[in-house]
Write a protein that binds this ligand. Structure first.
Ligand SMILES: Cc1cc2nc3c(=O)[nH]c(=O)nc-3n(C[C@H](O)[C@H](O)[C@H](O)COP(=O)(O)OP(=O)(O)OC[C@H]3O[C@@H](n4cnc5c(N)ncnc54)[C@H](O)[C@@H]3O)c2cc1C
Length: 323
């Protein structure tokens, strides 16, 4: 049976989180014995044939001029139509802000079970079992699906993107769907770019995040510099965002973004459980804090106990020397 992947595009570019989903879909397709099919909603084709290199055999293109920006109802109608056409075993979405909004809408429409924010998928006895962290990452929940169809959102960066298969291309075909665009219940008024066009935190390979220990917004220039030499994006704790030092798009944690970069550097962040919920699945965690008892050290792979105003410039200078 086939595996359907919702292919997310922004500004005419397929997002890397969708390639991660295609990689997982390929692994599931091997177990279930069916093709990997993508479905993409857009105003213009963002180069869907190239998704063959990431494992898609076919991509259904739901084209609508209103799809220049995200429309929950319209996208849900299109994905539901794709499900009706393909009759997949599993539908994968990225656990991005778009996927988190879209997947529950589709699940309600097609009356299927949904497991969100999953960090592992296995096929056990012919059935899909999804693992999702709960209680701010303190426990792992295993979810199975009694129905014929399973919907899953994948935590960004928790799954590796597949090795590209150069020269492979996917068959792209138009998807027929019905949706009345003339009477939207909600409309996207504007899309505000995250952190001035930098890599979104959920897609960043490395993140340098600052907390209340930074003492003020002016000192984030120091983190920007460290991030610059590491090729990282800058994140923040909620204390920082609530104080207005950084925008909400930078917030990591339970009420912010969930991230799983290869490297997460927490600077002047105590490590409250709500912060850990958003970053504890990072591959390597480095903590810089002057308090040796700070809870962040419990999840850190490397810890530096010291004054961040001395440690961060020294670290930046040392990394510059390596270049
Ligand atoms: C419902 C709910 C949801 C929440 N959601 C989130 C969320 O999404 N994300 C989030 O982050 N928080 C969230 N919080 C808030 C969370 O509980 C903490 O209050 C917050 O994470 C604390 O931020 P902080 O670590 O920056 O500040 P603090 O806890 O004040 O920690 C500052 C740290 O900086 C260190 N420090 C100070 N000066 C220096 C220095 N010179 N050098 C080195 N270290 C220094 C201190 O030792 C301390 O450990 C939520 C809370 C609730 C109740």
């Amino acid at each position: 049976m086939s595996i359907l992947v919702f292919v997310e595009q922004r500004d005419g570019r397929v997002r890397s989180v969708s390639r991660e989903a295609l990689g997982q879909a390929t692994a599931l397709a091997a177990a279930f014995g069916g093709p990997v099919v993508g479905v993409c909603c857009a105003a213009a084709d963002p180069g869907l044939a190239a998704l063959g290199e990431a494992g898609a055999e076919q991509v259904l293109f739901a084209q609508h001029e209103a799809f220049a920006s995200y429309d929950g109802a319209g996208y849900a109608a299109a994905v539901a139509a794709a499900i009706a056409a393909v009759k997949p075993k599993v539908v994968l979405f990225a656990g991005s802000s778009m996927g988190r909004d879209l997947a529950p809408r589709v699940a309600a429409k097609v009356d299927a079970g949904l497991a969100t924010d999953c960090t592992a998928l296995v096929v056990d006895g012919g059935k899909l079992v999804a693992t999702r962290p709960v209680y701010a990452g303190k426990a792992l929940q295993k979810v199975s699906f009694p129905g014929a169809l399973a919907l899953v959102t994948l935590r960004p960066k928790a799954f590796a993107a597949p090795e590209a298969q150069p020269g492979k291309s996917a068959a792209v075909s138009a998807l027929a769907f019905t949706w009345d665009a003339s009477a939207p219940r909600a409309k996207v008024a504007a899309v505000v770019g995250a952190s001035g066009g930098k890599v979104d935190l959920t897609e960043a390979e490395a993140i340098v995040a600052g907390g209340r220990g930074m003492k003020g917004p002016e000192h984030f220039a120091m983190l920007e510099e460290l991030a610059g030499v590491l090729g990282a994006s800058v994140g923040a704790s909620r204390a920082v965002v609530d104080a207005g030092w950084r925008g909400h798009g930078d917030q990591v944690g339970q009420t912010g973004k969930t991230v799983s970069p290869k490297l997460y550097v927490a600077v002047g962040i105590s490590g409250a459980i709500q912060h850990l919920a958003g970053m504890s699945s990072s591959r390597c965690i480095v903590a810089i804090n002057k308090d040796p008892e700070a809870p962040i050290f419990k999840v850190a792979d490397y810890g530096i106990v010291g004054d961040l105003f001395e440690v961060v410039p020294a670290l930046t200078a040392a990394i510059k020397q390596l270049h």
